[in-house]
Design a protein around this ligand. Structure first.
Ligand code: GLC
Length: 419
């Protein structure tokens, strides 16, 4: 009798272990590069694992810049590799990934696009819906801002500049007064990275020009584009930007600003946390944030960024993956990322949440910036659009091409891609 009982218990235990094993799902998540804060994402994964003991989440991180990540994911997904279940992608990518068949539409798991996207800022609701389907879920918002040395502007009695000319004048006054040879007036991203697409578009947009229409067709005004690129070169000639600006990447601007070598710096939302929170930052408490200056006679324009979570079309655990993605794009996750890493919320209401405003005071006005900002073109061929604009812009800034030749090239190479 005893023996029979023991055997029954042993059998039940074996069955339970088997069941537990069967229920254990491992999800592998590609979580972007350093600027996408995989350390904070890991904390979100840990929270999810504790609440869902049947799920284990492995994290994989990628190259530092958006285009490097795009290259990597393109290779993995072209090969229909099922190793990655979920990947984080830049706001410029859902259209291309979806039309390539790399993304599992999430409607069947989360609901219709109209319902699922309703709570999010409109730009993400639009970027993540492709052919009427939910291609990805918003992770965090982003926008380019002008960070500046508040202490130095105050010291020299200078108001926030509204135009690039005013910014040049402010920089010259401060650099002359400070007498430091290594103090740059302005730092932008001129290296041939994804961010250089925005570097091209900012002065162009601020002349009131559109790069494309709603259908994605290119509407390039060549004169305005040349004028925009020349405005950057002009700032180099005036000594406001450094000569090797064509080599500068997002992280270089952040590091040089942190080291106190830059007065004005164009960068993304995450940079605030680096300036205020990094141990090696020399500018804590000295940083202001303002809208980007405009070209004379134009109006301020900024470039919208942001990151999304997509489920791989080749995942073997799509149901579980969709569930995790819903959690990652929840209001709770948005708040966590805003408070811990100054990653901008995808929900309009989170910007004015008391804890968020306490952590990042200027977020209280930042939702309006994201709503008013402009987006890079939504295109199934975005990879090509990006390659042409960022490499040409960098070459013009390196002076291996004139602005006019660069713009001709953009026009002729993209005419067939963006039609
Ligand atoms: C930021 C933005 C992203 C952009 C990238 C460019 O990460 O969020 O949209 O493409 O910077 O460097």
């Amino acid at each position: 009798m005893k023996r029979r009982n023991l055997m029954a218990i042993a059998m039940a235990a074996t069955m339970l272990t088997g069941l537990a094993q069967a229920q254990q799902t491992t999800l592998r998540v590609f979580s972007g590069g350093q600027n996408q804060r995989p350390d904070l994402m890991r904390q979100l994964f840990d929270q999810y694992q504790s609440a869902n003991p049947g799920v284990k989440i492995d994290i994989e991180t990628g190259g530092a810049t958006s285009e490097l990540q795009r290259q990597y994911l393109s290779t993995v997904l072209n090969a229909k590799d099922s190793a990655i279940d979920i990947f984080m992608i830049d706001v410029v990518n859902p259209a291309q990934y979806f039309s390539s068949g790399w993304i599992e539409p999430l409607d069947g798991y989360l609901g219709s696009a109209a319902n699922v996207m309703k709570p999010y800022l409109p730009v993400y609701a639009s970027a993540n819906v492709v052919d009427g389907k939910v291609a990805a879920m918003p992770a965090f918002a982003d926008s380019m801002f002008m960070y500046y040395r508040k202490d130095l502007l105050t010291k020299y009695g200078i108001a926030e500049p509204k135009t690039w000319d005013e910014l040049a004048a402010a920089s010259k006054k401060i650099t002359a007064g400070e007498g430091k040879a290594d103090l740059q007036g302005l730092s932008i991203q001129g290296a041939p990275i994804e961010g250089a697409v925005c570097t091209f578009l900012l002065p162009y947009w601020s002349q009131g020009k559109a790069f494309n229409d709603a259908s994605g067709k290119m509407t390039l005004d060549k004169g305005a584009a040349v004028k925009g690129l020349n405005a950057w070169l002009n700032l180099v000639d005036q000594g406001v930007m450094k000569k090797n600006i064509a080599e500068v990447k997002t992280g270089d601007t952040v590091n040089e600003f942190k080291a106190g070598q830059v007065i004005f710096a164009i960068n993304w939302g995450f940079a605030w946390d680096r300036f205020q929170g990094d141990k090696d930052s020399t500018v804590q408490g000295k940083v202001g944030v303002m809208p980007l200056p405009a070209m004379a006679g134009g109006k301020s324009a900024t470039c919208i960024g942001g990151w999304q979570w997509a489920v791989s079309a080749f995942s073997k655990s799509k149901q579980e993956a969709a569930k995790l993605v819903r959690f990652l794009s929840s209001p709770e996750s948005a708040k966590f990322l805003a408070v811990k890493g100054s990653l901008m919320p995808v929900y309009p209401g989170t910007y004015t949440d008391a804890d968020v405003v306490k952590a990042v005071p200027w977020f209280k006005d930042a939702a309006a910036v994201v709503v008013a900002g402009q987006s890079r073109p939504k295109s199934e061929r975005y990879g090509e659009v990006s390659d042409v604009i960022r490499t040409t812009t960098s070459a013009v800034l390196a002076r291996t091409k004139t602005a006019a030749a660069g713009v001709d090239e953009i026009e002729s190479r993209l005419r067939r891609v963006m039609r």
